[in-house]
Design a protein around this ligand. Structure first.
Ligand SMILES: NC(=O)c1ccc[n+]([C@@H]2O[C@H](COP(=O)([O-])OP(=O)(O)OC[C@H]3O[C@@H](n4cnc5c(N)ncnc54)[C@H](OP(=O)(O)O)[C@@H]3O)[C@@H](O)[C@H]2O)c1
Length: 352
């Protein structure tokens, strides 16, 4: 049976406290510091992933107890910890390894990690990009919004996921606004998209104010989308983990639709044996890409670095159909989107 490994880490101090009972009573700083100096460990054995083709795989989660903030502040150290986690997964027999959340953001997006290991490595960012685009277009269709008459803002546009997604979506929307902090990288990306109506800015606020559609996929460890900048009726797909859209937006702005990006239903009777806060049988898109690679018997590197190819992304979409992985787009802040929410956004979009 083909075997995969996947590296996870807590998204917040609360996350660590929810998994380790004695940590609940300790100050946050101490918990984060303790996590940084803890060794990676195997957190779960994953069973029951079964493709529509009938093929089954199994896998393991390795955990690095570092928060996004700790990882971003100690990138070289974090990369070393990820390599240690990879060695644990190699020992379990994994042939391909995926990098979850910030384990793919630190350093050079997986390249150094892949060189240090004997198994194939992927960030999982190709299928993450695919599902983000798919979720946005499905939501636009459901609400009755024509992307060709819409402005799409992409926050984190120059990143690994953001840049390939911008290239795929630019021909499909009326106007695209690329957003990040580094203007030189924005300008280079915009140059590759000259054939389309594309502009760029380092002002998140300006770009969010103009958005009918918004994908946010930055590596900011804090929320960066200001609720007051959103126009009524905006459809948002938040792929970032930790989220770029603060949960308070859900209560403060019931006139916008904030969708959880990068969430996928996994085929078979999968048991993750690990609580990452999702419904049963659902996983992050990056995990799903890793599982699909195992189903394809793919044992060499796949999505690495910050210049992913559109063909790679489209290939993951084909694999998803073949094996039965399905994007889940109707969720907002870990809860199902209700008919009332959809009707409200539809009504706003009809009058605007
Ligand atoms: N849901 C899933 O399955 C899934 C899978 C993989 C990754 N993710 C998440 O997706 C996010 C992005 O991952 P990635 O690998 O594409 O990261 P990346 O390659 O490091 O790119 C990050 C992008 O965000 C921009 N950025 C960072 N901080 C910013 C800020 N404060 N304001 C505006 N832009 C900012 C960066 O450009 P500048 O530095 O120039 O600002 C860059 O464009 C992460 O949160 C990751 O955890 C989710």
């Amino acid at each position: 049976m083909a075997k995969f490994g996947f590296v996870l880490h807590p998204l917040s101090v609360e996350d660590i406290k929810s998994h380790i009972s004695f940590a609940k009573h300790l100050p946050d700083r101490l918990v984060e510091w303790g996590g940084k100096y803890s060794s990676p460990y195997i957190g779960a054995h994953v069973t029951g992933v079964r493709s529509l083709t009938g093929k089954e795989i199994e896998g393991w989660f390795a955990v690095i107890p570092m928060t996004p903030r700790m990882m971003m502040q100690n990138q070289d150290y974090a990369v070393k910890q990820i390599i240690k986690a990879g060695k644990l997964l190699e020992k379990e027999g994994a042939q391909i390894m995926g990098l979850g959340a910030y384990t793919s953001v630190v350093g050079d997006a997986g390249i150094t990690i892949a060189k240090a290991l004997d198994i194939g490595v992927t960030t999982g960012n190709s299928y993450t990009a695919y599902t983000a685009g798919e979720a946005l277009l499905l939501a636009a269709k459901e609400i009755g919004v024509d992307p060709k008459n819409s402005t799409l803002t992409v926050v984190g546009a120059t990143g690994s996921i953001g840049s390939v997604l911008s290239k795929i979506l630019a021909p499909q929307v009326g106007k695209m606004l690329l957003v990040a902090r580094n203007v030189d990288r924005l300008s280079s990306l915009a140059d590759t998209l000259k054939a389309y109506n594309v502009d760029y800015t380092n002002s998140i606020s300006d770009a969010v104010k103009q958005a009918d559609l918004l994908i946010t996929v930055s590596s900011s460890p804090e929320a960066i989308i200001d609720a007051d900048d959103l126009q009524p009726g905006t459809i948002i797909v938040d792929v970032s983990r930790p989220r770029n859209v603060a949960e308070e937006v859900a209560s403060k702005r019931t006139d916008v639709l904030v969708l959880d990006g990068g969430i996928v239903k996994v085929p078979g009777d999968v048991e993750f044996n690990f609580n990452f806060g999702f419904e049963p049988k659902t996983a992050y898109a990056c995990m799903s890409e890793t599982m699909m690679l195992a189903l394809e018997d793919w044992t060499t590197d796949f999505s690495l670095g910050r210049d992913l190819k559109e063909e790679q992304v489209l290939l993951t979409g084909q694999w998803a159909k073949k094996h039965g992985f399905e994007v889940i787009w109707m969720r907002s802040f870990d809860r199902p989107v209700t008919k009332e929410q959809l009707d409200k956004i539809k009504a706003i979009r009809r009058v605007s």
